[in-house]
Design a protein around this ligand. Structure first.
Ligand SMILES: *Cc1c(COP(=O)(O)O)cnc(C)c1O
Length: 361
């Protein structure tokens, strides 16, 4: 048995040094004579670790002081509903920019809690591009504008923050957070499920501008209220302590790597290497996404003959390249190359792809 290059879309690869540290302190954490999973979330040791994780995340993302950083549960999917519960109401409208499957899901899950309007969509082109900003039908009355900076399934990424004037911009950053700097101040809410680029599943990081959550809404349970969670330091009830702890280790690792500008350079180089191999394969491999909207994190690609999919998957796995099967909505392959994927892994994939094409003609 040996660890391999893991291209899983999520839950995804974690940095090996982080896993080793967690392994080392699994039985006895700090001075606790118990595992981090076995101590009170209200004890001094865990509270200190939780606060340190928040400080490190704030530093990495340069989060302005008038934003709250929350460590919550429910996955990004639950927050598709929880966001309108907190910053809108069924009588109000919100505009959605739909560039893939997750944006669609955000619309359908938000519907009971706000009048969802699709202000722009690239569905007609099978989600292979981002609609031009000039074509978005935004309303001044919107409670917020929701977008998906990186569509994990379709491999479509915004490379600039869209301008929504005075309307708060809400971004589902699940599959791109921490891959590069984010201009937090241009967002009302930045949120992400942890299991792609932060840590284990079970945790959601949600960064919200204070003025959007002045007080807990009276018509929702307190545990669903961002204002109530903020007031209690995300410890209104028991938080996912192990995920929070592990996320803290990932933040430390990212700081050691040189922070998010350094990660952006690495991630750009990894993506370029893979797209160059696809585009240079004379149609043997193909990525359908418009060049300006190609994701640095999730790279879907098809083989020129579907009959080659099975042998490709079988042989790539044997070569130590795991989880390359594409999402059923798109077909073919998908390589997810989050922060924890070293460039050596992408190079190994590119070498395998060239060799496979040569052998299977
Ligand atoms: C994975 C993913 C989700 C869903 O996350 P859950 O934690 O499973 O709810 C939502 N949005 C994006 C962009 C994702 O990549």
């Amino acid at each position: 048995m040996s660890r391999t290059f893991n291209f899983s879309a999520g839950p995804a690869a974690l940095p090996e040094p982080v896993l080793r540290q967690a392994q080392e302190e699994l039985l006895e954490w700090g001075g606790e004579r118990a595992s981090v999973m076995e101590v009170s979330h209200r004890g001094a040791a865990f509270v200190a670790a939780a606060e340190e994780a928040e400080r490190d995340l704030r530093e990495l993302l340069a989060v302005p002081a008038h934003y709250k950083v929350l460590f919550l549960q429910g996955g990004a999917t639950q927050h598709f509903a929880q966001i309108p519960m907190n910053i809108a109401s069924p009588e109000r409208a919100a505009d959605y920019i739909v560039t893939g499957a997750w944006g669609q899901k955000a619309v359908s899950e938000g519907k009971p809690y706000v009048k969802t309007r699709v202000a722009a969509s690239s569905e007609a082109g099978n989600f292979t591009a981002i609609p031009a900003r000039s074509e978005w039908q935004l309303g001044d009355d919107a409670a917020y504008v929701h977008y998906t900076p990186n569509e994990t399934i379709h491999g479509v990424e915004f490379h600039e923050t869209p301008d929504t004037g005075g309307v708060p911009l809400v971004g589902d950053f699940s599959s791109t957070i921490l891959s590069r700097p984010i201009d937090i101040a241009r967002h009302g809410i930045v949120y992400a499920g942890a299991q792609k680029n932060i840590g284990p599943s079970g945790l959601v990081v949600l960064i919200v501008r204070e003025d959007l959550i002045p007080s807990p809404p009276s018509n929702i349970a307190k545990v669903l209220s961002y204002a109530a969670q903020a007031k209690d330091g995300s410890m209104l009830n028991t938080p996912p302590t192990f995920s929070w702890y592990l996320a803290g280790l990932v933040f430390k690792w990212l700081k050691q790597q040189g922070g998010l500008s350094a990660m952006a350079e690495r991630n750009r180089a990894k993506a370029e290497l893979l797209y160059r191999a696809i585009d240079g394969s004379n149609g043997y491999y193909r990525n359908p996404v418009e060049v300006s909207a190609r994701s640095w994190m999730n790279v879907p690609f098809t083989l020129h003959d579907e009959a080659l999919d099975k042998p490709f998957l079988k042989e790539s796995e044997a070569a130590g390249l795991l989880a390359l099967k594409g999402h059923r909505a798109v077909g073919g392959m998908r390589a997810s190359i989050y922060n924890a994927m070293p460039i050596e892994g992408v190079q190994a994939l590119v070498d395998f792809m060239a060799d496979f094409a040569k052998r299977h003609g």
